[in-house]
Design a protein around this ligand. Structure first.
Ligand SMILES: Cc1ncc(COP(=O)(O)OP(=O)(O)O)c(N)n1
Ligand SMILES: Cc1nc(C(=O)O)sc1CCOP(=O)(O)O
Ligand SMILES: [Mg+2]
Length: 219
C-alpha cells in the first residue's frame, strides 16, 4: 500500500474516480472541467491524455502541473495514466498501468511510495496483479465505451463478482461505459467505486453530472 493512503482511504477515494485528458473535454478547458467535477464531488482523478489531439511534451507537462496543483489544493488524489516519468515529474500520488504497459512488479519496485493501479479483465489477471503488488484494480470494460478504441470485449459487472468470489479483496473500480443509469449495478457486483470518462468530462455540466453520480453512490 502507498504510504500516502491507507487501504480504507483508497477504497473511499475510488468511489467516484474521474479519468480524463484534454481530448475528452469536447473542446472545453480541462482545468475548468476538473474544477467543476471536483465541485460536483469526484473523489479521485487520473490524467489520461490519449486520443485525437492529445498533448505531448512541454504542453502536457504544463497541463499536468496545473491539474496536479488543483487536485492538491482540493485534497483529491492525483494519478497519472501509463507514463511513469510524467508521474514522477508531477509528484503524482500514483500511476495507473494496463496489461500492455510496464510490468506491474517492476513499477511497484520503482515506485514504492506511489499508489499503483493495474487494469485487470479476469480473475487470472487480478490474481497476478495482486501478487505483483497492485494497490487497486481497474476492471473493464463494464459496458460498451466509445472512449477507448482498443478496449477489450465488454465484461459486464459479473466479472467483478467473479473476482470477489475468487478471493480478490483488493480495492476494485469498474470502468467503461459507466453512467448514472448503470453505476449502481457495478457497485452491487462488488466494486468499491466507478471510474468514468465521458459521463462527466463530456457532460453539458460536469459539475451536475458528478453530483448526480455522487448522490446515487450514497456519498
Ligand atoms: C481506473 C482505470 N482502469 C482501467 C484503465 C485502463 O488502462 P489501460 O488498459 O492501460 O488502457 P489505457 O487507459 O492506458 O488506454 C484506466 N486507465 N484506469
Ligand atoms: C480508460 C478506459 N479503460 C477501460 C477498460 O476497459 O479498461 S474502458 C475506458 C474508457 C472509459 O470511458 P467512458 O467512461 O467514456 O466509457
Ligand atoms: Mg495504459
Amino acid at each position: 500500500m502507498s504510504a500516502m493512503l491507507s487501504a480504507e482511504e483508497l477504497r473511499k477515494a475510488l468511489r467516484l474516480y474521474l479519468v480524463m485528458g484534454s481530448p475528452n473535454c469536447g473542446g472545453g478547458d480541462p482545468y475548468e472541467v476538473l474544477e467543476a467535477a471536483i465541485d460536483g464531488g469526484i473523489t479521485m482523478f487520473q490524467l489520461r491524455e490519449k486520443g485525437p489531439g492529445a498533448l505531448q511534451g512541454p504542453e502536457l507537462l504544463a497541463l499536468g502541473a496545473r491539474l496536479r496543483r488543483l487536485c492538491a489544493q482540493r485534497g483529491i488524489p492525483f494519478i497519472v495514466n501509463d507514463d511513469e516519468r510524467l508521474a514522477l515529474e508531477l509528484e503524482a500520488d500514483g500511476l495507473h498501468i494496463g496489461q500492455e504497459d510496464a510490468p506491474a512488479a517492476a513499477v511497484r519496485e520503482r515506485l514504492p511510495k506511489m499508489i499503483v493501479g493495474v487494469s485487470a479483465h479476469d480473475l487470472g489477471e487480478a490474481q497476478s496483479a495482486l501478487a505483483e503488488g497492485a494497490d487497486y484494480l481497474g476492471v473493464g470494460p463494464q459496458y460498451a465505451t466509445r472512449t477507448k478504441l482498443d478496449a477489450r470485449e465488454v465484461q459486464g459487472p459479473a466479472v467483478l463478482a467473479r473476482m470477489r468470489a475468487g478471493g480478490i479483496h483488493l480495492p476494485l473500480v469498474g470502468i467503461g461505459g459507466i453512467d448514472a443509469t448503470n453505476a449502481g449495478a457495478v457497485i452491487r457486483a462488488g466494486a468499491d467505486g466507478v471510474a468514468v470518462v465521458s459521463a462527466i468530462a463530456s457532460a453539458r455540466s460536469p459539475r451536475e453530472a458528478a453530483a448526480a453520480l455522487r448522490a446515487l453512490l450514497l456519498l
